[in-house]
Design a protein around this ligand. Structure first.
Ligand SMILES: NC(=O)C1=CN([C@@H]2O[C@H](COP(=O)(O)OP(=O)(O)OC[C@H]3O[C@@H](n4cnc5c(N)ncnc54)[C@H](O)[C@@H]3O)[C@@H](O)[C@H]2O)C=CC1
Ligand SMILES: O=C(O)/C=C/C=C(\O)C(=O)O
Length: 480
């Protein structure tokens, strides 16, 4: 059985207490590896290694730091198949998705911030004839990056890359449920030639490693993606310690379909925005609001395409829906399906666990599921399910659609389908969502600000926002 190791001070090391947790393959329900169950002592060793590496790393020219990040991106591309297989085995997602989305994006994250590093400029403010102010952006120091299980290497690298680019050293914790590609990344970081201690990876649970990282006095900032409740706990721990926070949290995203849209495109993309990665992306559009005159045609076509989605072995090229990440998560999602029935929903598609014959007989598979007839304020339409379950609701006016779209505690993303660009602009700016897509979904430009309003988070990632997050501005004022 594969035994993963921590990556501390440039070395692959076992956890100090020698404890491991089993890693389960979601598609088979069987253990296939062991992950360190590290603790505060491992975290402390990693922070010390990062502190030791910091003076030389921050003093390196940005071009050199950038070159190492680009080299790492190239190595990820060279190991695409190996990494995609590991991601699929660890998470249950279709291998085809890992190969075309997760791993290429991880490479892009390092390449993007590697090439951005030398372009990260600063401001000057001139008071004519009186004074010149210039702003210096110092790297914050040693920072923590804590990432979830849904897009493992994709989100892990999205946090680490900008931190390293600006000259911070990192202690990173991947999800204990999907740590495999982070472990493989340690080996590539060694190969790329990063100095020891610049990036450290400590595996373990949220309470065991995550909490210790957030509490550690050597950590100056925490970049976190995960559930809103965990974000709240991290904020409560970090606030009295005056640590900088970037929190990317949950979503309950509306997908607004207007009667004048391109129906075929809206249906096709809504299938993806509902069920990509088994609905386990914080940006998935789980509340589909359809203008009443288009409701029946949309429903008919949407449900037909949902029923055609192949649920099966993630290794099979024909599979569109792989396994959910764990038995516990499957049970949580099944609980919401039961709740939807209790709340008066009419089941249009799915709703059942799937038993895939052969090696996947014990896997965590679920039919993609669609309900209608649920009130906008019911729990199923308010709480993040984070699985392949969506609701369809007709609306009569733009105001009604907007009210329902904005009517949750979340504000991460929203999608609008219309050919009326005036409406798209009008509505886009009234939607309380950090990311608004018009006639598309998950179209990403890494330069743009990314993050949520309301309970979907604090701060923005991406582009300059991420580079600024990992730095501290200092003003120098010179009297002229
Ligand atoms: N990207 C997103 O928006 C995600 C949302 N979720 C939502 O959260 C729900 C719960 O999923 P979980 O796996 O429990 O997510 P989680 O939020 O607990 O896990 C995310 C990361 O935070 C770490 N963590 C947990 N407790 C921590 C603590 N006290 N201090 C520091 N780090 C900590 C975990 O070990 C993991 O690395 C899901 O059902 C889903 O609704 C989960 C994962 C990703
Ligand atoms: O940055 C992106 O493209 C996607 C981010 C997705 C998440 O943060 C998530 O699903 O948690």
């Amino acid at each position: 059985m594969i035994q993963l190791q921590n990556f501390v001070g440039g070395q692959l090391l076992p956890p100090r207490a020698g404890r491991y947790l089993p890693l389960i393959e979601p598609a088979t329900g069987q253990p296939f590896a062991q992950v360190p169950d590290s603790d505060a002592a491992d975290v402390d060793a990693a922070v010390r290694a990062a502190e030791a590496a910091l003076p030389a790393w921050r003093a390196r020219p940005a071009e050199e730091r950038g070159r190492l990040l680009v080299r790492l991106a190239e190595l990820i591309e060279q190991h695409l198949d190996r990494l995609a297989q590991a991601e699929s085995q660890d998470n249950g997602k279709p291998l085809s998705l890992a190969r075309t989305l997760d791993i290429p994006r991880a490479a892009s994250n390092f390449a993007f911030f590697g090439t951005a590093a030398p372009h990260f400029a600063t401001e000057a403010h001139v008071q004519e004839g009186v004074a010149l102010n210039y702003t210096v952006r110092h790297p914050l120091g040693v920072v923590a990056c804590i990432s979830p299980w849904n897009l493992p290497l994709y989100l892990f690298s999205w946090k680490i890359a900008p931190a390293l680019a600006v000259g911070c050293c990192v202690v990173a914790k991947p999800s204990e449920i999907t740590p495999y590609t982070a472990f493989l990344l340690s080996e590539l970081v060694q190969q790329a030639g990063f100095p020891a201690g610049v990036l450290n990876i400590v595996h373990g649970t949220g309470p065991g490693v995550g909490q210790a990282l957030v509490e550690h006095p050597g950590i100056r900032a925490i970049s976190f993606t995960g559930g809103t409740k965990t974000g709240e706990l991290i904020a409560r721990t970090a606030a009295p310690r005056f640590k900088k926070l970037s929190l990317e949290l949950g979503g309950k995203n509306p997908n607004l379909i207007f009667a004048d849209c391109d129906l075929a495109a809206a249906v096709q993309t809504s299938i993806r925005s509902s069920f990509a990665n088994q609905g386990q992306i914080c940006l998935c559009g789980s509340r589909i609001l359809v203008e009443r005159s288009l409701y029946e045609p949309f429903k008919t076509e949407f449900v037909a395409q949902v029923q055609a989605l192949t649920v099966g072995d993630p290794l099979d090229e024909a599979t569109r829906q792989g396994a959910l990440v764990s038995e516990a998560h499957l049970q949580k999602v099944l609980g919401y399906i039961e709740l939807a029935h209790q709340e008066g929903g009419r089941l249009l598609a799915g709703g059942q666990r799937v038993r895939v014959p052969g090696r996947c007989a014990e896997g965590y598979f679920l039919q993609p599921t669609v309900f209608e007839g649920l009130a906008p304020d019911c729990r199923v339409n308010q709480e993040e399910i984070f699985g392949p379950v969506v609701t369809l609701t007709p609306f009569d006016t733009e105001d009604e659609a907007l009210r329902w779209a904005n009517g949750t505690e979340y504000g991460l993303s929203a999608t609008i389908w219309t050919r009326d660009l005036t409406r798209a602009h009008r509505l886009g700016q009234q939607l309380r969502a950090g990311v608004v897509w018009v006639n598309t979904w998950l179209h990403r430009d890494l330069r743009t600000p990314f993050g949520g309003m309301k309970n979907s988070g604090v701060g923005r990632e991406g582009g300059l926002e991420a580079l600024r997050f990992f730095t501290e501005a200092q003003n120098v004022c010179i009297k002229l």
